[in-house]
Design a protein. Structure first.
Length: 445
């Protein structure tokens, strides 16, 4: 078995396994190491730009194990229940060869069923693979319509194949309850571990996994939490009650914060709709860019980008002052000409792109790289992004760049290909966050 790369949650999970008085702790530690190793070697480690990476897998495992341990103390779960929940949580998104970020439960089931090392460990732990399959199927989301009907049928088939649950309806109902517990812990876990800034980062990654536009992040997050709290109230309360006070506060603060952001979005939309608020784009001179207020304004917006989209983590302010950097700002028509977004980029040679991404024009000094468009939360979806791209493209053209390259979601690039001179340079799976090129002499961004 490959040696597992250490992870901040690994020791905390191991401590919980010991405190749960599980006899075969060594086997479950092997499962943990194996999972971390597979995710890392398949490029789904901490640096992977997607929601369903090793962080999510271990966060769900930790939160599920923590909550289940409390359930055992109040005699709702037994030790075997904890073992099944731990294993199902650890493997619930175990789909290392996925072609898209969002795991497919059937693919997860198939992978686990074919992985000889996992099957061996599950057997040594004296667990029934069919029950683990059933618990993972219950994490299908949303648990309505086709996302519920087919997994429910498959769960029933698993129970009927299992020697543990076959012809035992009460036991089957119990494991259905465990599956529901896991499903809620899966969706609540990551939002209970950290503060709101960490939750927002997860929400942005989750939006990427579903291919949502940035303007949808807050609205869809509010919908997600309202559905969870209103449609699954009983289990939400149960899981929350089983978590430490600080984690309960983290989760509820996240819910409240997203709802407050949604109110702010509505207020901003109203100003554009009814109060004649409009955007203006501006190209700023080096002298203007030297202002501390200017640098602080852009840096603040830059920090709202998901971490993997921050291409200059340690030199952002310095890059603003580089005369080779092109910047177009998006401003409000208020008394302060408030900056609410920007488009920024520079010579391709100034950037270290994602590992494995190569550009044949690197070194030819004919290509400008456009960093991800950045805007303050609340201003997405109002047309500002399109204005920034067009302004940036014109600026790049005026400086005699032949090509513009950047990253975007695959479906966005495909839509541009119909009307603009756009081509894929590299398609990146499973993120679908692809590298593309525009011929500035023949098309616009």
């Amino acid at each position: 078995m490959a040696e597992a790369i250490n992870h901040p949650l690994k020791n905390r999970i191991q401590e919980l396994l010991v405190s749960s008085n599980i006899e075969k702790t060594a086997i479950y530690n092997q499962m943990l190491d194996y999972t971390i190793s597979i995710f890392e070697t398949q490029g789904l480690g901490r640096e992977y730009y997607g929601y369903h990476n090793i962080d999510h897998e271990l966060e769900v495992t930790y939160v599920t194990l923590l909550a289940a341990t409390w359930e055992k103390k109040i005699q709702k779960f037994n030790t075997k229940d904890i073992e099944y929940l731990f294993t199902a949580a650890l493997f619930h998104d175990f789909d290392p060869e996925k072609s898209v970020d969002r795991p497919h439960e059937e693919s997860v089931i198939q992978y686990i069923s074919l992985d000889k090392e996992l099957k061996k460990l599950i057997k040594e732990a004296d667990l029934d693979l069919e029950i683990i399959r059933a618990l993972i199927l219950r994490t299908s989301y949303p648990w309505t319509g086709e996302y519920k009907i087919k997994p429910e049928i498959q769960m029933r088939e698993c129970f009927n194949r299992s020697e543990v649950t076959k012809d035992k309806p009460e036991l089957q109902t119990h494991y259905e309850e465990l599956g529901w517990f896991l499903s809620v812990a899966d969706r609540m876990g990551g939002y209970a571990i950290g503060d709101f800034s960490e939750s927002m980062e997860k929400a942005k990654k989750n939006a990427h996994a579903f291919g949502w536009h940035p303007s949808s992040i807050v609205r869809m997050s509010v919908n997600f939490f309202e559905t969870l709290l209103n449609k699954e109230t009983e289990m939400c309360r149960r899981v929350l009650h089983a978590l430490p006070t600080e984690m309960r506060k983290n989760f509820m603060n996240t819910v409240i914060s997203f709802m407050s952001l949604r109110q702010e979005e509505i207020r901003i939309e109203s100003k554009f709709e009814f109060e004649k608020q409009v955007f203006q784009t501006k190209t700023d001179s080096i002298e203007e860019r030297e202002s501390d207020d200017y640098i602080d304004a852009l840096t603040s917006i830059y920090k709202e980008l998901p971490h993997p989209l921050q291409f200059q983590k340690f030199g952002f302010a310095k890059s603003i002052l580089d005369p080779n950097t092109i910047i177009a700002t998006l401003r409000l028509t208020d008394s302060n000409s408030t900056i609410v977004g920007y488009a920024k980029g520079g010579p391709l040679e100034n950037y270290n792109l994602y590992a494995g991404v190569e550009d044949e024009n690197f070194g030819k000094k004919n290509t400008i790289f456009l960093e991800p468009i950045a805007m303050k939360m609340g201003y997405w979806g109002l047309g500002g992004g399109t204005r920034l791209r067009k302004t940036f493209s014109l600026l790049a053209n005026s400086k005699r760049y032949r090509f513009l390259t950047s990253f975007a979601l695959r479906d966005v690039i495909q839509k541009k290909m119909g009307s603009e001179n756009v081509e894929f340079v590299m398609m990146i799976d499973p993120e679908h966050w692809d590298y593309y090129r525009v011929d500035l002499f023949g098309g616009v961004v």
